[in-house]
Design a protein around this ligand. Structure first.
Ligand code: FHN
Length: 622
């Protein structure tokens, strides 16, 4: 068993033993969904379902296509809730000298509130009006399909009756000790058919062991114990980590190695869990999806699913004075743009000191839901993704779902002018209609694409959706491949005779720091050559994407498509090539791991092909 050294050199076994001590000392989960007590043996920091060490590969599926992430890719739209003891300040701290400092969830740090004063204020926190059913209904009315609530933000204050410490809503507040708002929200979201996730900050301003490198492992034990309480006690669908970055006051020692251990532990607790990339160091190789914040990427993100989180006003936590609310038009257009680039939109609300959602927020969310429910306009969002077949137009956004393109027009043409769509590949338009209108739409081939000429006015001031029924062009049948020939060398330069030769179903690997392609292969200094043929299903220009660490090269039909043959940190490389449907194109991939992390994934995408790990059925060993 590979002994994994933590940052302080403590073996994981040691950490596991300490963890048992922590759990054994009455720190059992507040309520285990299954009622199961912590295991009698040390719940290793990495469970047997995800052992660590040579032979471990953390890439258990393709997040772009797996059933595990399907709900996330279909739902597209979620509610973020920032709620903690900071809400009790309502965004304002009056210093002893009478001056006023303003912030929301960062108020303790940004306003330098002494810890005793901060704890004193928390002791009066009483969100008695928090109504989980009303929150779930507000999300449902908005058309949101999942909720992520802060279980613990940087302040370290737990919003559930944790046994790990007494700095929490149950033990340190004026709140009803018989209530558990996370349990209430779990029940309400389950009843409403909405998924539930928890935000958890790694960075902890309150825990004394966090700030001390010598005792950080003790903080880590409490963190693992709390996460076990959350997963075991509330069965969340998703964990949204934050506070992973290098910071001071207190210094944040979190490393990618720590993230590897934590992610393995969590998937040992619940294999189906969806986890964001801030479990590690917010990179393309961490967790299941990227987390751009307060921005919407201008195109689909390479190599990873993604979700843009955004405030409704200018603060995540509640700030009484912040009335700078985004309009529902802006919010709906943000959602449409996000979905048209295969992203999710996580829109934030901050309950006040009493636990109530601000009315301006609830009103805007309702307006969003009304638009989504009108004439099936939500079809442009739910389960929809990158338009692909066409370039994104200046007059709106285009998402695709099967044989439908949804052109969401935000700048309606005047005087019978046409809306032009530039085609990225050959496809036919079989029908066109304006949702929520009986008006005709004339579609004609024009130059490098199509001209759409609607016969009437826009149906609303936010976005009018033209639904196109398309034939995306010839697609050959699913292949019969079993995967590529894989030759594994126990050196870093593909030299000599391969130690292992086998068929690899897909090039989708995350060995991270401790794993490797086989138990007999050490975690460092190994190399792999994949070879065989690749069979595209469409005749078009494919984009090949690698996510690699340390080095890789990809040849197709003898042409070097990706050349990333110098040691590097985890990174994305891309190359393009025109391929012919149903033809077996030769492929060779060279890969080498020097030391440290190891990752190698091969994805493809095209105008008619959504981004995915190249599937097994399209790969052949010869
Ligand atoms: O510091 C936090 C901030 O308070 C908020 O929680 C956002 C939401 O994603 N995340 C961090 C800033 O990136």
């Amino acid at each position: 068993m590979h002994t994994l050294l933590t940052r302080t050199g403590r073996s994981v076994a040691g950490l596991a033993v300490l963890l048992t001590a922590a759990l054994g000392a009455g720190m059992a989960p507040a309520t285990a969904a299954s009622g199961a007590a912590p295991p009698s043996t040390a719940p290793a920091a990495h469970s047997t379902a995800h052992t660590m060490g040579p032979g471990t590969d953390y890439a258990t599926d393709d997040p772009f296509t797996s059933s595990r992430t399907n709900w996330f890719r279909q739902d597209r739209f979620g509610m973020f809730i920032h709620f903690g003891s900071y809400a009790n300040w309502e965004g304002e701290y009056r210093r002893p000298d009478g001056t006023v400092c303003r912030n929301a969830e960062w108020i303790k740090r940004e306003c330098a509130i002494p810890m005793d004063a901060y704890e004193k204020q928390a002791a009066t926190f009483n969100p008695a009006d928090f109504d989980a059913k009303a929150v779930a209904q507000a999300a449902k009315d908005a058309g949101m399909r999942y909720i992520v609530i802060t279980a613990k933000h940087h302040e370290g204050y737990a919003m559930w009756p944790t046994k790990a410490n007494s700095w929490n809503l149950h033990d340190h507040s004026a709140f009803d000790k018989n209530r558990d708002i996370l349990a209430e929200l779990k029940a309400a979201t389950t009843a409403a058919g909405i998924k539930l996730g928890f935000y958890y900050s790694i960075w902890d301003w309150h825990d004394p062991d966090f700030a001390n490198p010598a005792t950080f492992p003790k903080y880590e034990q409490r963190m693992y114990a709390q996460l076990k309480e959350l997963v075991g006690g509330y069965d969340p669908d998703l964990l949204w980590f934050d506070g992973e970055w290098s910071a001071d006051h207190p210094t944040n020692p979190w490393t990618a190695n720590d993230g590897e251990r934590l992610e393995a532990y969590l998937h040992g607790l619940k294999p189906g869990l969806v986890v964001n990339n801030r479990v590690g160091k917010r990179r393309v190789v961490d967790g299941d999806y990227g987390t751009p914040e307060q921005e919407i990427p201008s195109s689909p993100v390479d190599g990873q699913l993604w979700e843009s989180c955004m405030t409704l006003n200018d603060h995540w936590g509640y700030a009484r004075y912040d009335q700078n609310w985004k309009s529902s038009t802006t919010l709906i257009r943000n959602l449409l743009a996000t979905a048209s680039r295969s992203g999710n939109y996580l829109l934030n609300v901050g309950p006040d000191a009493h636990g109530r959602l601000p009315r301006p927020a609830v009103d805007r969310l309702k307006q969003m839901g009304d638009w989504l429910r009108t004439a099936g306009q939500g079809e442009a969002v739910y389960g929809a993704g990158y338009g692909g077949l066409v370039e994104e137009p200046a007059w709106g956004s285009v998402s695709r779902k099967g044989d439908k393109l949804y052109a969401a027009v935000t700048r309606w043409p005047s005087g019978g002018a046409a809306l032009h769509l530039r085609a990225r590949t050959a496809f036919d338009v079989r029908a066109a209609r304006v949702l929520d209108s009986g008006q005709k739409v004339r579609v004609v081939k024009a130059g490098d694409g199509y001209d759409l000429t609607p016969g009437g006015a826009a149906t609303n001031g936010t976005a009018t959706v033209i639904e196109l029924t398309v034939n995306p062009g010839p697609t050959s049948p699913v292949g019969s491949g079993k995967g590529l020939k894989e030759e594994i060398f126990d050196n870093a330069d593909l030299s000599g005779t391969p130690k292992i030769t086998r068929v690899d179903p897909t090039v989708n690997h995350s060995w991270k720091f401790t794993g490797s392609p086989d138990r007999s292969i050490p975690a460092d200094r190994f190399s792999i050559r994949w070879s065989g043929t690749i069979e595209p299903r469409r005749s078009e220009t494919y984009t090949f994407t690698t996510v690699s660490d340390d080095m890789t090269r990809v040849w197709i039909d003898g042409k070097l498509v990706i050349d990333s043959w110098s040691p590097h940190e985890p990174r994305v490389d891309k190359g393009q090539l025109s391929l012919t449907a149903g033809t077996r194109h030769t492929i060779r991939i060279d890969y080498a791991e020097q030391t440290g992390e190891a990752h190698m994934k091969l994805l493809w995408s095209g105008p008619g092909q959504a981004q995915q790990i190249v599937p097994t059925r399209q790969l052949y060993a010869s």
